[in-house]
Design a protein around this ligand. Sequence first.
Ligand code: GLC
Length: 620
Amino acid sequence: MSTPQTDNADRQFDRRLSEQNSLLQHRLRQLYGHTPGFEPWYAQLLDQLRQLHRERSTALQALDAAREADPGWFQHQTMLGYCSYVDRFGGDLQGVRSRIDYLRELGVRYLHLLPFLRARAGDSDGGFAVASFDEIEPRLGSMEDLEALTADLRAAGISLCSDLVLNHVADDHPWARAAAAGDAHHRAFFHCFADRTEPDAYEQTLVQIFPRTAPGNFTYVEALNAWVWTTFFPYQWDLNYANPAVFAEIAQAMLRLANRGVDVFRLDSAPYIWKRPGTDCRNQPEAHWVLQALRAVAKLVAPGVLLKAEAIVPTPELAPYFGTGDAHGRECDLAYHSSAMAACWAAVAEQRTDLLQSVIASMPPLPARGSWITYIRCHDDIGWNVLRPDAEANGGLQRLSKVARFYSGVDADSFAEGTSFQADDADGIHGSNGMSASLLGRNRARSTLEREQAERRLHLLHGVALTLGGLPLLYMGDELGMTNDDSDDSRAAQKIDGRWLQRPPLDLTRLQQRHDPDTEAGRLYQRLRNMIQLRGHLASLSADAPLTLLPSAQPALLAYQRGGDFVMLANFSSEALQIDLSSLGLDAGATWHDRLANASVSTTSLTLDAWSQRWLQRIG
Ligand code: GLC
């Protein structure tokens, strides 16, 4: 029925359609044009999108309009992200609401809550095996709770990011159940093979995500009498994006969540969604087309929404997630900078920064409205494979083996307390687990000096994440120096999946101590908060300000310039460094102010203490 509201909404929709239709239709035609009934399918999709647009609330439409008018809203230097599990942070969605004041105090403007949709019964990969896109995991609350939370967050100026697990669904998702019950329509949502011929051929070139706990990429499913593609755990069935019905379902699931108030979608495991024989089935051109089409539908129905790529791949493969060619700037708005993250950890272990510099040097300029997610830890392992190209070009892969060993917990000379992930031995280069503070030496510190150095390292890595350029994302607990989870529950969970080491519940004692400078939590929290606040005043740290690596003859030094007036100096070693500013190629006549120390820099030569950093601002 036509009403003034729907007419108005439809006019907006038509305006946006005129902007998006060409790319959307082109991409979907490339992907599905050859399938029978493409034209009516596309017309039906547009009708479904129009309906979803009509259902968008007035508050969300206002948000869309504001963001359309200010498309760089998420690139501002005051943007700060925070990532946590719902239960770990607040117990449930209502509990998260009660922590909004804390997030505001810290300066958070973007909250990524790890999966909160109804998860598979039993093991669920921390919720990444989704059983329903339209229900909340019952122990975390209800859809009403989600809407109440998003409304409160919006009022507090905080965007909510939700995972959109688009590569797979749980084996108890209705689509999988229907397939198992013999429904041919839903069987075609998955990659099913009658025998091992094709799986064996694919395995020749596929990578293994969980080589120890879930080896292989295919699982025999009795009910289907077929081998099903399962890149991750056997209970996570990969979706078949060559089927247009899968695209239409996922797009609508995303938009229904957007209409509940989700602002940002983390596109989980985005590289894996398209399969091609003879390749590693990652980063295929069609995967990019699917994401571009997904973005176009988001811009059509919910233009305030952002898409974030979770593509844990080396830098050269990462940049295309922002879109290339005619889709430059029209794919994802955000992408995790996983190679910079991993390279920071390598720099700590090696006390040299050349891999990190290599990563920074190979970072391409981003589209005007694209931004990295800069971070140091998350719920996953630190994956070393993203650094393979950089290591191969700089001394070889054995460097990564040594780095992995450094964090494995078995190296007596290391200050790090972590575990190796999915590798057959401590030198294997798959990944490393652990909370930042533990990996940075907090648990093994035996003296005040060692403890102080561990604290400095924590701030140093956060300093890089805050200044490198992008939207910095804190991982819950790091702001308070929380350490590895060695509770009995966690230990039991780690037997199946070692990543539970870095998923402890929020430490309420530390939370309470955060304003007390005599406590470790207080020292760490206050300094980090100062850094966050200072960053907010430095326009050169907005995500779109240019980044220039500064040359340095000192292996442990990382130096870069941001914008016209900001220089970061980071010492990744346990020795003090003497730095001559003119040797960095900086203007010899310039005058600098050390913003972190709030002190003027009187000479061009300065001392950078072990594991310390300077935030220099040019004042003359
Ligand atoms: C992403 C998640 C990870 C999960 C995987 C499979 O990489 O970050 O935790 O295991 O996807 O969904």
